[in-house]
Ligand binder design. Structure first.
Ligand SMILES: NC(=O)c1ccc[n+]([C@@H]2O[C@H](COP(=O)([O-])OP(=O)(O)OC[C@H]3O[C@@H](n4cnc5c(N)ncnc54)[C@H](O)[C@@H]3O)[C@@H](O)[C@H]2O)c1
Length: 364
């Protein structure tokens, strides 16, 4: 293997050349303030206006990020010709009505995850999107987290050989009371958190499992109805297997918490940490090391990764939609593609309920 240049991983989000497309944001909540807007400022994307049913909040956020227009209704935002992309960041129960209105005006759309809280609703939204002339994508942005994107590049170069195992493990303490609207939702942990890992694994291995088995549990005495510990075992065609083990009840001090990933193959291994889940709520950068028989057979290589899952990866999910518009192709994170991730989520929820492996083809 040659010099350092050949080892330089391509993991930074690819930004579109044309960054002049106007973005209209629907929803001025926590994630828009903490991630969408900081990432868009960093990337140089053009936000032309914002709307929230809480107009005072929309005004506050507009002031914080120097957004010129606060729209007083969704239709006012959609009537603005300058708004080419509608960036939807409202609770999942509200997504369908916003999508319907935006698709009716042939806008391009980026929806926050989860697209919906049931598979039927997600398919209905996908059908609405397919009826419009715009592109439709989902903000499943973990694909663009530095550690995941670097792993993707390593796999793409063939340095792992045939991928045999993907493992993501999380053991932290999550303050679910910050999101009271979420804690009654069936399958909350899978639908709102592990969905990122399910999507990242699908993306990295480039395939869908044929079946999966999931289990869930609560922590004794927890006030929330939903499971806060989940395990998902995925069986892919051939010898590939995957595991997500997610515990949100680690009561030990933070120096015991971990959020790791490990992808193994016949020729190499990549392993690392998901920095966003360390030093809560500040977070830190991702780490990554890889070993490959085809690079340096006996040496772990540990590149330094710049950027973070929050907010930097949000440049990637919006950037991919913009590049797809420019290149007249479907985005990698299209709504249609996201249905496959949601199929895994709802198969896992069914597996927990029915205490059995669930084949993905059962969800049609
Ligand atoms: N991709 C990620 O990593 C990530 C992280 C956090 C949240 N999210 C998703 O983003 C969405 C928003 O989460 P949040 O944490 O910002 O929630 P939030 O409650 O802080 O904000 C939601 C905002 O939407 C507004 N709203 C509700 N219905 C509306 C409607 N019909 N039209 C316009 N505005 C409306 C509310 O007034 C509120 O300001 C959720 O679906 C959540 O799952 C994704």
């Amino acid at each position: 293997m040659g010099g350092l240049d050949e080892l330089a991983l391509q993991y930074q989000p690819l930004l579109p050349e044309n960054r002049t497309r106007g973005i209209g944001i629907v929803g001025a909540g926590e994630i828009v303030q903490a991630a969408h807007l900081p990432a868009y400022q960093k990337a140089g994307y053009r936000v032309v206006g914002i709307y929230d049913i809480d107009s005072a909040k929309a005004r506050r956020v507009a002031d914080m990020f120097q957004i010129r227009t606060v729209f007083d209704s969704l239709s006012a935002l959609l009537e603005a010709d300058e708004v080419e992309i509608v960036d939807i960041a409202v609770p999942a129960t509200q997504v369908r009505s916003v999508v319907e209105a935006a698709v009716g005006r042939n806008k391009h759309i980026l929806c926050q995850k989860p697209l919906a809280e049931s598979y039927d609703e997600a398919r209905a939204i996908a059908a609405i999107c397919a009826s419009g002339r715009g592109k439709a994508a989902v903000n499943q942005q973990m694909r663009w987290a530095p550690g995941i994107q670097a792993s993707y590049d390593i796999i793409r170069r063939g340095w792992l050989g045939t991928v045999t195992q993907a493992t993501i493990q999380v053991n932290v303490l999550t303050p679910w009371d910050h999101w009271p609207w979420m804690t009654g939702v069936k399958g909350m942990e899978l639908l709102y958190h592990s969905i990122h890992y399910l999507d990242a694994i699908r993306y990295l291995v480039g395939d869908d499992p044929d079946y999966l088995f999931a289990d869930g549990a609560k922590f004794p005495g927890q006030p929330w109805a939903a499971d806060t510990r989940t395990t998902v075992m995925m069986h892919f065609p051939g010898e590939l297997r995957a595991l997500i083990h997610d515990n949100h009840n680690n009561w030990a001090p933070q120096n015991d918490w971990y959020a790791t990933f490990r992808f193994e193959g016949t020729r190499g291994i990549v392993k690392g940490t998901n920095g966003a889940l360390y030093d809560y709520p500040v977070g830190r950068g991702d780490t990554l090391s890889f070993l490959s028989q085809d690079v340096e057979p006996h040496t772990w290589i540990t590149p330094q990764l710049a950027g973070r899952w929050f907010p930097d990866a949000f440049m990637g999910s919006m950037g991919e939609l913009m590049r797809a518009i420019d290149e007249e192709r479907e985005p990698q994170n299209s709504v249609q593609d996201n249905l496959k991730t949601l199929r895994m989520v709802f198969a896992a929820i069914r597996s927990i309920e029915e205490k059995r492996p669930v084949w993905l083809e059962e969800l049609t």
